[in-house]
Each structure stands twice: as C-alpha cells, then as structure tokens.
Design a protein around this ligand. Structure first.
Ligand code: AP5
Length: 215
C-alpha cells in the first residue's frame, strides 16, 4: 500500500498513521517528524527548517523533496509506506509523481481526512506528546491520567513549539492556500478517497480501512 495522507493541521493524520502502520506493516514517513528531529539535533537542515516552522510556514520544496526521495529509496519502503504531511504543495506532488514513475511504483491512494476548521484549533492547542515514546494526548479530549506524564511509558509530555494560537492560524491559512488544492490534484488522478475525521479515533480508523481496502 502506497498511501498519501492529506488533511489540515490537526486533522488526525499522525494519530491515524500510527494505527495504519500496525495494520499494514509499512512505515510512516512524516516530514514534520523528520524536520522536528533535525531541529532537535541542531543539524544544518534543522537550523534552516526551524525559521519556517516557528512561523507556521512551509520549508522550501527543494529541501523537503530531497528528504523524501532519500527516504523512499530505503529498503523498508519496498512493501509500501504512509506519507504523512507530504506532499504539501503542487510542486511537491509533481516531484513525487516523477520519483514514483521512475521507480515504477505509483501511489495507490491519496486519503483526505476532513475536519471542520473550528475543531482544529482545540485539537492543536490541546495536543501533548510524549518525549520518549511519541504517544499523543489531548488535554481536552484524551488527557493523560497524571498531568504531564505519559500513561504508556511514564515519559514527560511536551507541547509542540508551533501549537501556539497565532502560529496555528498561519498554518491553517497556509494549508488552505498551498495544500488544499492537492485534493483536486489527486481527484483528477482518480486515486482520491475521503473520510470525515470527526468521532472516535477507532471509528475513523475503521472508516479509513473500509475506503482504502486491505491491499
Ligand atoms: P506536520 O508535523 O506535518 O504538522 P501538520 O500537518 O500541521 O499536522 P499535525 O501534526 O499538526 O496534525 P495531524 O493531522 O498529524 O494531527 P494529530 O494526529 O497530531 O508539520 C509541521 C511543520 O513542518 C509544518 O508547519 C511545516 O513548517 C513543516 N513541514 C512538514 N512537512 C512539510 C512539507 N511537506 N513541506 C514543507 N514544510 C513541511 O492530532 C492532533 C491532536 O488532535 C492530537 O492531540 C490528537 O490526540 C487529537 N486527535 C486526533 N484525532 C482526534 C479525534 N478523532 N478526536 C479528537 N481529538 C483527536
């Protein structure tokens, strides 16, 4: 299964990707996670990316396309993968098509997870993530038993730097302008599927599996 997850910031792409990797046994490739790791490690890439991410803008296409190309060439992607947060612009989508055409392995599905803008702000301001195991919580919808501590591993929870209200507004604007047009892009390729991303995480997951199939 070669899958692209589309959806606004906070739509639940990361949450659902974690469940999909278990079901399908394929890796999640999250450009956001790769970039956050580079920022945390203080690499040259991280230093460049940080200035864009802190403002809620997009890291330049050339940088992100290079990262994904390298990642797709790794062995664990042979059986498929879940692209989470990539592509995010039309040039990124076109570059991905070209790379995959060269590999003779086109995408199977582009899945759009649709959530109303009003719900997204609460999801993002309330998000907390475990530093050790990356388990996600939400102070409004799925809070940990003990404040700031991961139920699963006892790790410390943190709030992402870009989950501040002003930055979120910018991220949502950037999504509308640069990423939402990809819904039409994949519709024209006849590989677009959509689910409403509201309700329980398990119900949404079951809807996703029903529309993408078990290939
Ligand atoms: P990235 O990390 O990709 O962030 P994003 O797209 O903004 O998406 P999020 O991770 O915020 O949300 P999500 O949809 O994964 O939701 P989640 O499952 O976490 O990108 C960050 C930055 O990196 C970008 O702004 C950009 O600067 C840069 N970048 C990354 N990729 C790039 C690219 N390709 N090109 C250029 N720049 C790039 O859920 C959110 C919260 O909601 C959680 O608390 C969760 O518990 C909760 N939740 C989930 N599902 C539900 C539900 N059903 N009901 C209630 N709560 C729920």
């Amino acid at each position: 299964m070669r899958l692209v997850l589309l959806g606004a910031p906070g739509a639940g792409k990361g949450t659902q990707a974690k469940k999909l990797i278990e079901k399908y046994g394929i890796p999640q490739i999250s450009t956001g996670d790769i970039l956050r790791k580079a920022v945390a490690d203080g690499t040259p890439l991280g230093k460049e990316a940080k200035s864009y991410m802190d403002k809620g803008g997009l890291v330049p296409d050339s940088v992100v396309i290079g990262l994904v190309k390298e990642r797709l060439a790794q062995d664990d992607c042979k059986k498929g993968y879940i692209l989470d947060g990539f592509p995010r612009t039309t040039p990124q989508a076109e570059a991905l098509d070209k790379v995959l055409a060269d590999m003779k392995s086109p995408l199977d599905v582009a899945l759009s997870v649709d959530v109303d803008k009003n719900d997204l702000m609460k999801r993002l301001t309330g998000r907390r993530t475990c530093k050790s195991c990356q388990q996600m919580y939400n102070v409004y919808f799925s809070s940990p038993k003990k404040d700031g501590v991961c139920d699963k591993c006892g790790g410390q929870l943190f709030q992402r730097d870009d989950d501040k209200e002003e930055t979120i507004k910018n991220r949502l604007d950037v999504y509308e302008k640069s990423t939402a047009p990809l819904i039409d892009y994949y519709k024209k390729q006849n590989i677009l599927k959509s689910v409403v991303g509201v309700g329980s995480i398990d119900d949404i997951f079951n809807k996703i599996v029903a529309v993408i199939g078990t290939k």
